[in-house]
Design a protein around this ligand. Structure first.
Ligand code: CUA
Length: 461
């Protein structure tokens, strides 16, 4: 269904035909010899023995040599037509749109250049060749869309590349092609190939942030209660940080639990009530929800575009305030999406996100680096952002992730706590050299009093 798959198919058919021809030749000569030189009545002792026919020996050495050489060249040619090989990220000659596909136990994260992040169902415009960077965050997986091209391993710490292209519209079923743990069998991936206009419409829809109406048979009040439950159970601490699949526009996907079941409201309820019964080994815990709670959550999750993640409006789950202990728990994800080429916190940079806490608040930062480069999180004086040189000294004691200059390695999670002692305007920066220049900074307001908040601000472009 693609030029890449066609090249592999052609090679396979050629090899099969060549193999068949050789088999027929060998078996044919064998049968001929068995009949022609069989023992006949009256024949005594061994037949005459022949040794050393130079012409024959040259022939049976040269023929396989020529055949194997031929196979080498046709295979290399098929590889060239089916795979882009290792690509340098800075290779300006390559103009294909780039998509990132990340294997997780047990689902696929799909990141588009537009910033759209989705899971398990990959939309692709027909007839356009995309480059897909294949990665893994845990163990070795293997991305395999048999109708569209070669199988390729998703290896932690290494990026492999394939071309993704489909000649005709349709839904192509794929799966993880390498045993990766208990959930391996339920790590499916569907490619939805559609005309460019339809793809663009899908992408636009994925970027809209309005909360749609609840699914048929559910009420708006159920969806509202579901949203509260979503916050209560901290679902966002996995689903907004790519530990679990993103749920934004969940209702627009055909697969649930990476293909263990189809995505319908009824299935969603069953799934929420007992995930392990549907997908043994799944990392999502069983929250022992009541049937009513599962129904409320379903109303919310299956609403046309719920729930929102930070790439749209900043989610309140990023900042959780405990009034009793005067503590704000702040979730920071470096490289949350492809905004500013990954130089962002929670999808925001260049001052685009404003965090407010009252003076004297304890701030407990949960910092995860989801980018492909080391990053750090430091709260520093606001003027340091504008200064041409100079470091990013923490403005408060302990207001920095460990090793701020060398940064936290990709995939790592770190926690640090500080007290926002003095009111004023501060900057949240990544102190790895060059990263602030790339836009990796946001704003922290320490107010005299009042409630903490987290908002999308006006980005300083
Ligand atoms: Cu992932 Cu098998």
């Amino acid at each position: 269904m693609s030029p890449q798959a066609q090249a592999i198919s052609n090679l396979t058919i050629f090899l099969m035909l060549l193999g068949l021809l050789i088999s027929v030749g060998i078996v044919g000569v064998l049968i001929y010899a068995l009949i022609r030189f069989r023992a006949r009545p009256g024949q005594e002792g061994e037949p005459p023995q022949t040794f050393g026919i130079t012409r024959l020996e040259i022939a049976w050495t040269a023929t396989p040599f020529v055949l194997v050489t031929l196979l080498f060249f046709v295979t290399v040619s098929a590889m060239q037509h089916s795979s882009p090989g290792q690509i340098s990220l800075n290779d300006g000659a390559r103009t294909e749109p780039r998509i990132t596909i990340i294997g997780h136990q047990w689902w696929w994260e799909i990141r588009y250049p537009s910033g759209v992040v989705t899971a398990n169902v990959l939309h692709l415009p027909v007839g356009q060749r995309w480059v897909a960077a294949i990665k893994s965050v845990d163990v070795i997986h293997s991305f395999w869309e048999p109708q569209l091209g070669p199988k390729i391993q998703a290896v932690p710490g290494q990026t492999n590349y394939i071309w993704l292209e489909a000649d005709r519209p349709g839904v192509y079923h794929g799966s993880c092609g390498e045993f990766c743990g208990a959930g391996h069998a339920w790590m499916l991936v569907d490619v939805v190939a559609e005309p460019m206009a339809k793809f663009k419409a899908w992408e636009q829809q994925q970027m809209t942030s309005s909360l749609g109406s609840p699914p048929a048979g559910f009420t708006a009040s159920e969806a509202t209660r579901g949203a509260a439950l979503f916050g209560h159970y901290s679902c966002g601490s996995c689903h907004f940080t790519a530990i679990g699949p993103p749920l934004t526009h969940m209702a627009s996907r055909s697969l649930l639990a990476a293909g263990a079941i189809s995505n319908t409201p009824a299935h969603m309820e069953q799934w929420l009530l007992n995930p392990d019964a549907i997908k043994p080994g799944v990392h999502m815990p069983n929250f022992q929800l009541s049937e009513l709670q599962a129904r409320d959550l379903t109303a919310y999750l299956e609403s046309a575009s719920a729930p929102q993640s930070a790439s749209h409006s900043v989610a309140s789950h990023w900042l959780v305030w405990n009034a009793k202990s005067h503590t704000a728990t702040l979730t920071l994800v470096a490289g949350y999406n492809s905004a500013l080429s990954g130089f962002n916190f929670d999808g925001y940079g260049k001052g685009g996100m404003v965090i407010s806490v009252p003076a004297g608040a304890h701030v407990n930062v949960v910092f995860t680096n989801k980018a492909s480069l080391p990053h750090s999180a430091v709260f520093t004086a606001y003027r340091n952002v504008q200064a041409a040189s100079g470091g990013f000294a923490p403005a408060f004691q302990g207001a920095s992730s460990p090793n701020p200059v060398s940064g936290t390695t990709p995939g790592q999670k770190q926690q640090f706590t500080f007290v926002a002692t003095k009111a004023g305007t501060y900057a949240l920066v990544c102190a790895v050299p060059g990263h602030v220049q790339a836009g990796m900074w946001d704003v922290l307001m320490v107010t005299k009093s009042g409630a903490p908040s987290i908002k999308a601000g006006k980005a300083a472009m």
